[in-house]
Design a protein around this ligand. Structure first.
Ligand code: ADP
Ligand code: MG
Length: 368
């Protein structure tokens, strides 16, 4: 990871923009080659220009960067693709209640009957100049994060806590032990974090299972809020991912429905939003469930007609809260000018079966 070759490049070209990012009109030095742990470029990812500029400035200032926002707004992927475009090595770990200090900063282990010190994920990255992304950071116990305040502070030397001190060693000898007792922070090391709540006190009940984080920990991050994409960017991202088979007019209607759900959420009429992740799944499923149009001219290529109804039900509708389902059916009708057609499992209620039975219309040969 030392002395990697650099090249000059235009930021906007690396991130797929046609025009320069404000403040980065001239070429900047970036790593020339992809090395170990540099994420693969996903050419379909669509960046917000303003956000790229601000995150890069924060990165340049060696700040810890936290992205917060609704599910599926691209927080995790943004960090990974940011690093991919700049050839920055990145290790991603996902937070959880079992993640402790030794997992992050190392500890002792037994190997071949002797005790050996090993690094944790953060201490290894600090040593080697790999960036780290702690995803879902608020799922980590607050005291564990407090214990890495020295890392979050940007301290140049981090003293590892799991090493006992040999009482016979003089302080001068101890200092020479650098590399095991303490770590000198590699200049390329950076810490990213993502979270829905940002570890704030007022938690949204939709994001159960995360913890309120210590304010001193939170104050050590520069936070960026990832919102929903501009509809035009969302259309571009959707088209990039699912391809030409999805007619643009249909993609626009899908995005319109997502916007209407989000707007209803904003004014408290719906319990949850509709993320890009779900939108993407809806679009892909609509194509998978689609059917070919009737053959009009013999031998001519038949167009695929996406099935937005079944695609929507499986990708979005069934997972929604019941009250949101009622609301989204109305929004669906408004956007597509037709009622949402629900598959059999919604129609096959016992009441319906009884009605058929009572009117002697129940088909007992159905299973034949
Ligand atoms: N701007 C974008 N361009 C292309 N794909 C995106 C974009 N934002 C999100 N996605 C896709 O949507 C899905 C959810 O993104 P993710 O980064 O997991 O969201 P979050 O971390 O905010 O929950 C991923 O498959 C991701 O690739
Ligand atoms: Mg995420």
């Amino acid at each position: 990871m030392q002395n990697r070759a650099k090249k000059q490049a235009y930021l906007h070209e690396l991130f797929g923009f046609n025009t320069p990012v404000k403040g980065f009109e001239d070429p900047i030095p970036v790593f020339a080659e992809k090395t170990a742990f540099v994420p693969d470029v996903n050419p379909d990812f669509v960046f917000d220009k303003d956000m790229v500029g601000r995150v890069l400035r924060s990165y340049g200032a060696r700040e810890n960067i936290m992205l917060t926002g609704e599910k599926g707004t691209g927080k995790t992927t943004f960090v990974q693709q940011f690093c991919a475009r700049l050839n920055i090595p990145l290790m991603t770990i996902c937070g959880g209640p079992g993640l402790d200090e030794s997992y992050l900063m190392g500890g002792k282990t037994i190997e071949a009957s002797s005790v050996k010190s090993v690094d944790g994920l953060i201490s290894y990255c600090l040593r080697w100049g790999i960036n780290i992304l702690i995803d879902e950071i608020a799922a980590i116990k607050p005291s564990v994060l407090v214990s890495i305040n020295d890392v979050l502070n940007g301290d140049q030397t981090i003293t590892l806590k799991h090493h006992g001190l040999d009482p016979s060693k003089s302080p001068v000898d101890l200092v020479d032990q650098e590399g095991s007792l303490s770590i000198t922070r590699h200049k390329a090391f950076r810490l990213f974090a993502c979270d829905n709540t940002g570890g704030k006190v007022n938690k949204d009940p939709r994001y159960a299972g995360v913890m309120v984080q210590n304010t001193a920990v939170r104050s050590r991050f520069t936070c960026f809020r990832m919102g929903f994409m501009h509809p035009a960017l969302e259309l571009k991202a959707l088209t990039n991912i699912v391809g030409e088979k999805l007619p643009v007019s249909l993609a626009k209607q899908m995005i319109e429905l997502a916007m209407r759900v989000r707007a209803a959420f904003e004014i408290g009429e719906m319990y949850d939003t509709l993320s890009f992740r779900e939108l993407k799944r809806w679009a892909s499923k609509s194509l998978v469930y689609g059917s070919l149009e009737d053959e009009i001219i013999p031998g001519a290529e038949r167009k695929l007609i996406p099935d937005v109804h079944n695609g929507f039900v499986d990708a979005v509708y069934t997972g929604m809260e019941e009250s949101d389902q009622d609301m989204v059916r109305q929004l669906f009708e408004l956007v597509f000018n037709t009622t949402l057609s629900l598959p059999n499992e919604y129609k096959n209620t016992s009441t319906e079966f009884l009605k058929l039975l009572d009117s002697e219309e129940l088909n007992w040969d159905f299973a034949a």
